[in-house]
Write a protein that binds this ligand. Structure first.
Ligand SMILES: O=C(O)CCC(=O)C(=O)O
Length: 343
């Protein structure tokens, strides 16, 4: 039995050979576990969320089930049944398609973030609130969710971000450096992970909504567009053909999905448009999220998108980009890996 994958992961033909790289990745994870958990010799201090992240990351990196299971028994001291149950619980949480017996599962590294929408009600359990799915499509995979943020959260993000705004940049294909261009004329800033309680709450909500650990996301960016400002059509992933791409992807792998959160409503203009999705345009509305994923860094996924010029008023958004892997240390609490499979 293999991990069931959703439509958009099945369509790609790239298949990772998990066993080839298991040894070296296992070492990285193993060393980490030794350093963080075993030296402390107090397994009761292992944080549940941290363990979840570790298991999900191992799965995503393509480690064998048995390697993960052995880590939990030999390094965390779990009895085999408890290790098996723990893996199954995490897999169900992070990979909605996961159906089976943990002992038989072969982890699939091409899983992408995906919201678990309740078909009957077209809602999404965000943990502390219920998202309303306004529209969704399979290819490109786009989901529009209202009620993702409340008004106070939107206002807090704009207020905190405002004094730190600077002219936005884009990544130059040849070098991987950031540069200012007429292609993207907004201003922006980045919050640190869990920088304040509002950022933290929203990051947790994003983790839960899309089944992807925060450690495999970039920090939150907030953008402001004033009249005439825009971001012309672009892809969010780093093109494997670009010389600057390895610099961008060596720590965290490529981007696999994006969520744009609208913090306010411009008077006119400013929608997010997807030219390869028949020109679908999502209008900015306070509290709304538009999510899209791209399991491989290819225009075939049809996730070309643009922020249309604002015509009147201002538009504010927060953006989170999801990475294939690349777990970083977040406030000393989460896993840190530097070796990642190149995708
Ligand atoms: O502002 C928007 O509507 C989209 C933002 C965007 O495309 C980006 O930052 O990559």
């Amino acid at each position: 039995m293999i991990l069931e994958t959703s439509e958009h992961t099945q369509t790609n033909e790239l298949v990772f050979s998990a066993t080839d790289k298991s040894a070296s990745l296992a070492n990285v994870l193993h060393n980490h576990i030794n350093a963080t958990y075993v030296d402390s010799a107090d397994f009761s201090k292992v944080d549940e969320a941290e363990l979840d992240t570790w298991i999900a990351t191992a799965a995503r990196l393509g480690l064998d089930y048995q390697v993960v299971h052995d880590e939990l028994t030999s390094n965390l001291g779990l009895v085999p049944e408890a290790a098996q149950q723990r893996i199954a619980e995490t897999m169900r949480r992070y990979f909605p398609g996961y159906a089976g017996n943990a002992e038989l599962v072969k982890f699939h590294p091409y899983v992408v973030p995906e919201p678990k929408v309740f078909d009957e009600s077209q809602t999404l359990d965000l943990g502390d609130r219920i998202g309303i799915v306004q529209a969704q499509m399979i290819l490109p995979r786009i989901v529009v969710i209202d009620n993702f943020l409340d008004r106070a959260e939107c206002e807090a993000l704009m207020r905190e971000a405002q004094p730190r705004l600077q002219r936005s940049g884009v990544v130059e294909a040849g070098t991987g450096n950031s540069m200012v261009t007429d292609y993207r004329t907004s201003e922006g800033m980045f919050f640190d992970y869990e920088e304040n309680p509002v950022v933290s709450t929203i990051e947790r909500r994003i983790e839960r909504a899309f089944h992807w650990p925060m450690a495999c996301m970039e920090t939150m960016q907030v953008l402001r567009y004033r009249p005439g400002e825009e971001y012309k059509p672009h892809q969010d992933f780093f093109d494997p053909a670009d010389l600057g791409t390895p610099r961008q992807t060596k720590l965290a792998g490529n981007r696999v999905a994006t969520v744009v959160l609208y913090l306010n409503e411009p008077v006119r203009g400013g929608g997010t448009t997807f030219p390869d999705a028949g020109g679908l345009t999502v209008q900015a509305k306070q509290g709304r999220a538009v999510f899209f994923s791209y399991c491989v860094p290819s225009a075939d996924r049809r996730t070309l998108h643009a922020a249309r010029p604002v015509l009147e008023g201002e538009k504010w958004v927060a953006v989170k980009w999801f990475r294939r892997g690349g777990v970083r240390r977040i406030k000393g609490r989460l896993l840190s890996l530097s070796a990642l499979p190149a995708i």
